[in-house]
Design a protein. Structure first.
Length: 128
């Protein structure tokens, strides 16, 4: 179990069912209290309006539609997120180039490390 992930609620936006199931299993094993899935932009936006999330993992390309509206909604609520893509950094839009990118295919350990790092940055006191 991972202390930073224990009890967290994570939104996973992924249109490939096999990938989604693997992420759900991993996050559950790491101690997440809730792993909520969406396969489309509309589903994800509805979930964001209805629930609060500690973090999110977004596939950049959802059956040909970019997930940028989901990223915008998460950013406006202060929810940290990771993009996941097979296209690399070059596939990200201009305003999202500073966001963490998990390149497909990836190992479970890479996802866990990246998500833990994302949450650790939130937990760290601000340096001024």
């Amino acid at each position: 179990m991972n202390k930073l992930l224990s009890g967290r609620s994570v939104l996973v936006v992924e249109d490939e069912m096999i990938v989604l199931l693997g992420i759900e299993d991993l996050l559950t094993d790491l101690g997440c209290a809730a792993v909520v899935a969406a396969a489309t932009v509309d589903q994800a936006l509805a979930l964001i309006r209805a629930q609060t999330f500690d973090a999110a993992i977004l596939d950049v390309n959802l059956d040909g539609q970019p997930s940028y509206p989901v990223a915008d909604a998460l950013a406006s609520r202060g929810v940290p997120f990771i993009f996941s893509t097979g296209y690399g950094d070059a596939g990200l839009g201009g305003s999202f180039r500073d966001r963490p990118v998990l390149r497909k295919p990836y190992r479970d350990e890479e996802l866990a490390e990246m998500l833990t790092g994302l949450l650790a940055n939130l937990a760290a006191p601000a340096l001024r």
